[in-house]
Design a protein around this ligand. Structure first.
Ligand code: C2E
Ligand code: CA
Ligand code: CA
Length: 748
């Protein structure tokens, strides 16, 4: 036993576990009492047996100290404090001292010779000192027992065996020892218990692993896991599955065995019968798709022999759907579900790259006046329009085309050239309207087409070119599809150039007013229309037809017009100073109403130049009334009430001219001969002019014909009842100085 204790003590001492040293100390401490006992039993001399008793007593004190220390470490309790630790030490040292005084005082014990089984034996006769020793040791022992008892009862059942086993052995050894003390039996065999106790402590402290505890914990973890788990024995029979596993294969707890066949039905990867694998599988039940991640692993014992395997199946449908949603959102437009700009360009690029010999068209679609649709009918209706346009493309576009939303109200289509049927498309577009409740709105889609001949430019530039094509038909409601040609590009560049030149031109007075006289029935000057001209330093002399439409589109027209109005007022002031009372007509373009407070501008101008409102005539065309009709109507009647004379320009060139006449206060009707001549049928045109003139006279509106080019025309119009005339027959538009000369010969 001494040998066993020594070996175990050595091992404990070198163990990496924290408790190793306490265990080693306890095992070493057990050696003296065991040795002492050996001496007592083996000695034939009284003195030697007394030495044995001392070894035993002192040893027991060591054991109690080491046991107490071990108990605290093993039970994970801190020593209460240094004082109590020292008190225990002091008590044990005191006991050793008082025992040591026994040869002098004879107060602790004596020995008495006995013959046991024919050999000499020295039995202990205890006195008071010995009782002190026992009280001290038993007290410590009881404290230890108490600690273990509390620990056993206070810890979880599975874990308590760690304490209860030691407690039982201690109790057993204690009872055994006590029995010896009180029975008066000569030979103390309880030392066997001591040894056994030491070895048990050694085992439990260093090697014992609470397997039951581990099992329970692992089982708990496995049951609690969200993923389905299946455990198989070495014959690949399912021996356990957690409840998600049972749910997955729809079985009850008792039929683990059929799990394997169910799994084989469900998952392809499980069919291969591989021992280990990782796989992703999709189960498509038609109504929904489920995504699973499978992982099967072998379990080997310590020697490497397979003991079974387990399979985990994780349903990651939610994650997959989330991921797919994210990808979709990143590449699609939320409202229409079409590809977004980036994705569309990326896909187009791929298609063009992968089909180098196939011809494609870059088709750009733009909803006309979409802003207006939004303003007038609300954003919700605007959204509906966008969705319907998207729907239109999905029905119109062939399978091997792709389309996407490029921006607010613009769309792109990459169209295989051989499948593009322009008539079909035109047909669809001309009949494209949106119905909601009682509202039916015709939506005008303008389509620009770029035949992709140059594949070296970026995809976005291809669609930019298609877009450019649209800009040439923007205001046209009949011409819906336009092919791109390289002129457009230079047009766009030119437009940009003159737009950026405008402000310098205004400052440098490169923009000048020309006056075209307006004559009365006697062929004398009644007034003039002021028309803009641009002496461009590089482009040369520019007529308004070149730049007015550009500025109409980008809103810069307001700067031109405001300048021209001021010029007109300047001229009028000079005329006033010469006591001349001819009028000047100015042009107001539709966009001026968006950019300016027209009433305020004009009011300030006539005040500043001190001229009468009736001298300044205002020419508007019916396109002014195409949007915001109520507001513009009231602006015009305000101007009218201020004394301005309102002229309806280009009357007859549009469609709503007559309609407007009945609601609007118009003073002069300007009938455009040039426009009417374009109709071809001269007789018919004549009749129309004649009727317009007589209608105007009936309505007390002054008829004015512009574009009069011959004396004959003048005479005929005069005959028809026309009151005012303008045209090359009298004079072309001219600079102010020239007009003054003209006035000298043709003025009143
Ligand atoms: P408009 O207001 O209808 O002006 C009349 C146009 O007809 C002028 O062209 C004039 O030169 C031309 N014209 C006059 N008599 C005859 C004729 O007997 N035969 C022919 N074939 N043409 C004649 P212009 O000056 O080139 O102006 C073209 C258009 O540009 C104008 O049409 C007007 O819409 C616009 N415009 C001109 N100046 C301004 C301006 O200052 N502001 C705005 N907003 N538009 C302007
Ligand atoms: Ca005009
Ligand atoms: Ca006109």
């Amino acid at each position: 036993m001494v040998f066993a204790l020594s070996v175990c003590a050595f091992i404990s001492h070198h163990s990496r576990k924290a408790i190793g040293r306490s265990v080693a100390a306890l095992l070493i401490a057990l050696i003296p009492p065991v040795t002492g006992n050996l001496i007592i039993i083996g000695s034939n001399y009284q003195n030697l047996s007394t030495v044995g008793y001392y070894t035993y007593f002192f040893g027991m004190n060591l054991v109690m100290y080491a046991l107490l220390k071990f108990t605290f470490v093993y039970c994970n309790i801190n020593w209460p404090d240094k004082i109590s630790q020292n008190a225990v030490r002091l008590l044990l040292v005191f006991d050793a001292i008082q025992l040591s005084l026994n040869p002098l005082l004879g107060h602790a014990f004596a020995t008495e010779e006995l013959i046991v089984d024919g050999s000499i034996y020295y039995r202990l006769i205890p006195y008071a000192g010995q009782s002190i020793h026992r009280i001290i040791d038993y007290s410590i022992f009881l404290i230890v027992l108490l600690i273990f008892t509390v620990k056993t009862s206070k810890t979880s059942k599975i874990y308590a065996e760690r304490y209860s086993v030691i407690l039982l052995v201690m109790l057993f050894t204690g009872v055994w020892e006590t029995y010896y003390i009180f029975s008066g039996r000569p030979i103390d065999t309880s030392m066997i218990g001591f040894g056994a106790f030491g070895l048990l402590v050694f085992y439990f402290s260093l090697y014992y692993r609470p397997l039951r505890l581990l099992d329970r914990m692992l089982a708990n973890i496995a049951s609690e896991m969200k993923e389905a788990l299946f455990f198989f024995d070495s014959n690949k029979t399912c021996i356990w599955a957690n409840s998600p596993g049972l749910d997955l294969v729809h079985i009850n707890e008792e039929d683990f065995e059929i799990a394997s066949s169910r799994l084989k039905e469900m998952f392809k990867s499980f069919n291969n019968d591989e021992d280990q694998f990782n796989a992703n599988e999709i189960i498509d039940s038609g109504s929904e798709k489920k995504y699973y991640v499978l992982s099967k692993q072998l379990v080997n014992d310590d020697d490497g022999y397979p003991v079974g395997s387990f399979l985990s199946v994780r349903d990651n449908t939610a994650e997959q759907l989330e991921l797919q949603k994210e990808i979709f959102n990143a590449t699609h437009d939320r409202l229409t579900g079409l590809y977004n700009r980036e994705k569309f360009f990326e896909m187009s690029e791929n298609i063009l790259h992968n089909n180098p010999d196939k011809e494609y068209l870059a088709v750009f679609a733009d909803i006309n006046d979409f802003k207006l649709v939004n303003d007038v009918y609300g954003n919700e209706f605007g959204d509906l329009v966008l969705k319907k346009v998207a729907d239109l493309f999905s029905t119109l576009c062939p399978e091997n085309s792709i389309y996407g939303r490029l921006g607010g109200d613009t769309f792109g289509i990459l169209y295989p050239a051989d499948q593009f049927r322009i008539e079909d498309l035109e047909n669809h577009l001309s009949r494209f309207s949106i119905v909601q409740d009682e509202l039916e709105l015709q939506i005008i889609l303008h389509i620009g087409v770029y035949e992709i001949v140059d594949r070296s430019i970026p995809t976005s530039a291809m669609f930019d070119r298609a877009h450019m094509a649209i800009s040439t038909i923007k205001e046209d409601y009949h011409h819906l599809i336009q092919y791109y040609n390289d002129d457009f590009r230079s047009d766009v560049i030119w437009n940009k150039q003159i737009s950026s030149d405008l402000h310098d031109a205004l400052r440098n007075r490169d923009i000048v007013p020309y006056l075209q006289p307006i004559m009365d029935v006697e062929g004398k000057i009644a007034g003039a229309e002021v028309l803009v001209r641009w002496n461009h330093p590089i482009e040369g002399f520019l007529s308004p037809g070149k730049f007015i439409p550009v500025f109409e589109k980008n809103g810069m027209i307001a700067d031109v017009d405001r300048y021209m109005w001021r010029c007109a007022c300047e001229i009028l002031r000079k005329w006033k100073q010469k006591n001349r009372n001819e009028f000047i007509s100015i042009n107001i373009s539709p966009n001026d109403f968006n950019q300016l407070d027209v009433v305020k501008e004009l009011k300030e101008l006539i005040r500043e130049y001190d001229i009468s409102a009736s001298q300044l005539r205002i020419e508007i065309t019916e396109t002014v009334m195409m949007s915001d009709i109520d507001k513009r109507m009231s602006t015009l009647s305000e101007l009218s009430s201020m004394g301005f004379i309102i002229e309806m320009d280009d009357f007859g060139s549009g469609y709503s001219s007559f309609n407007l006449l009945k609601d609007m206060e118009v003073d002069v009707l300007k009938i455009d001969m040039v426009f009417l001549r374009k109709t071809g049928d001269v007789e018919k045109a004549k009749k129309i002019v004649k009727n317009i003139i007589s209608m105007a006279n009936d309505l007390n509106i002054v008829p004015l014909t512009e574009g009069v080019e011959t004396q004959r025309q003048f005479e005929v119009l005069l005959d028809m009842g026309c009151k005012l005339f303008q045209g090359f027959y009298f004079a072309k538009p001219m600079p102010e100085a020239e007009f003054e000369e003209f006035h000298n010969t043709h003025g009143r």
